[in-house]
Design a protein around this ligand. Structure first.
Ligand code: TGC
Ligand code: FAD
Length: 387
């Protein structure tokens, strides 16, 4: 027997340091996350603060950023961390994506030196939590039409609007909020507790239950002039952050798929049907072989895109291709694995149904599969078909 990753000799593409980082994150997941995650999922809760400190202590928050207490790791190392975290649960990878690739990256890339010093060291340590408010109730795929606005009032800014589906919204110490201004879309740092700023959690999710999802309401929120991120102008600002988080999902989705496939292979070896191991049937072996192929191709694509990112040549279209392919294949693998587990596949005793329903959110957030399809369509034809 050979593991799905060994089949493709994936380790030969990684440096010793990258393998060590992957193993460290796997150990943290085995110790701190896997024993509890099904219960968190069932309860619809996540101990975000506690986990953020653990993940920050391991150097995983903003790990691909330099300075300000961040670990300054390469893109493949960051991707492998996402793979391991999402192998435990997509909600954990979301926590790390939103903190490091969206909130911290926005401050790191577009913030003033004062803003970076104020927020980044605490966020890297997991002592401070950030969220990223782009989506609104009426504008998800089309954020350019957002209604949230910021107007000057003397030296201050006054923000009004509502953001929805915001990961970590109610636990965040600081929200990166994108708003229309007379000067186009700009980003603002809104500290928790600012008068007029309230948060409400989204209840009754069936997917990504081990993750906090919130509404942010801004009702006349008054901020000083220096609350604005000086270097982000237009939609290019938030979309630049999305490239970072989407990159993590290219690896992360394969982590969820790998966990499903390993579970299914072990289950099929143990389970007897018609007096023989389930794994001995040709129909089963076809499913396993097909899934291993898609997993292997997805992992190879992820590492290739990671190397392009490290070389500084990765394009947004390549990120779209990776996110579209790998999430689509991961969800397919999770569903196929679920069939192999029969009735056991619908319980939280095994991770497969949890990954499967989690991946429904991953398919939608960070750009839906339709949006990434249209990004590729535009790249191939030169014609934008979004509107
Ligand atoms: P368009 O006219 O094409 O572009 C506007 C400006 O943005 C630039 N641009 C990008 N820049 C960096 N990275 C990218 N990927 C970029 N895509 C476009 C573009 O060059 C232009 O710049 P400039 O300077 O010329 O003005 O914009 P559009 O309004 O037609 O929209 C294009 C579209 C549909 C692709 C874009 O709106 C889009 O990606 N929509 C999807 C929105 C989305 O992904 N939202 C995610 C919210 S955050 C989230 O889901 C977190 S989930 C939690 C977790 O990660 O765990
Ligand atoms: P819509 O944009 O209304 O799309 C509905 C359907 O229409 C989709 O199938 C879509 O693909 C399709 N569609 C849209 N435009 C086109 C088109 N031009 N052609 C064909 N089909 C089209 N957002 C944040 O800002 N921050 C977060 O932290 C965050 N966390 C999230 C966490 C979770 C659990 C979830 C589920 C979402 C989160 N989101 C977050 C929001 C997420 O990014 C949006 O849900 C996503 O961008 C899609 O927007 P929408 O839900 O409004 O769908």
């Amino acid at each position: 027997m050979i593991s799905p990753t060994a089949l493709f000799a994936l380790d030969t593409l990684l440096t010793e340091e990258e393998r060590e980082i992957r193993n460290t994150v796997r150990r943290v997941c085995d110790r701190e996350i896997r024993p509890h995650v099904a219960d968190w999922f069932e309860a619809g809760e996540l101990p975000v603060r506690e986990l953020a400190r653990t993940l920050g202590g391991t150097g995983l928050l903003g790990m691909h950023l330099d300075g300000y207490g961040c670990a300054g790791m390469g893109a493949v190392s960051y991707g492998l961390a996402c793979l391991e975290l999402e192998g435990a649960d997509s909600g954990l990878r979301s926590l790390v994506s939103v903190q490091g690739s969206l909130a911290m990256y926005a401050i790191w890339k577009y913030g003033s030196e004062e803003q970076r010093q104020r927020w980044l060291p605490g966020m890297a340590a997991g002592e401070l939590i950030g969220c990223f408010g782009l989506t609104e109730p009426d504008f998800g795929s089309d954020p350019a039409r957002m209604r949230t606005n910021a107007k000057r009032d003397g030296g201050d800014w006054v923000l009004n609007g509502t953001k929805l589906w915001i990961t970590n919204g109610s636990v965040a110490d600081v929200a990166v909020v994108w708003a229309q201004t007379d000067d186009g879309i700009r980003g603002f740092l809104v500290p928790a507790g600012t008068p007029g700023f309230t948060v409400n959690d989204v209840k009754h999710k069936i997917s990504l239950r081990a993750s906090v999802t919130s509404e942010l309401v801004l009702d006349g929120v008054r901020l000083p002039a220096d609350a604005m991120l000086p270097e982000a102008r237009g939609l290019r600002g938030p979309l630049g952050c999305l490239n970072e988080a989407r990159f993590g999902i290219i690896f992360g989705s394969m982590g969820a798929a790998l966990d499903c496939l390993e579970t299914a292979i072990a289950y099929a070896a143990e389970r007897e049907v018609f007096a023989r191991p389930l794994s001995s049937f040709q129909l089963t072996q076809e499913k396993l072989a097909d899934m291993a192929l898609e997993l292997g191709k997805g992992l190879l694509l992820a590492v290739h895109l990671g190397r392009l990112k490290e070389a500084g040549t990765l394009t947004p279209e390549q990120v779209s291709a990776g996110k579209l392919n790998n999430v689509r294949e991961a969800i397919d693998i999770a569903r196929k694995c679920r069939t192999l587990l029969g009735a056991s596949g619908v319980t939280l005793e095994y991770p497969v149904i949890r990954h499967s329903v989690n991946l429904e959110s991953v398919l939608t957030y960070e750009g839906t599969s339709e949006i990434h399809t249209l990004v590729l369509g535009k790249a191939l034809t030169g014609i934008a078909a979004f509107a």
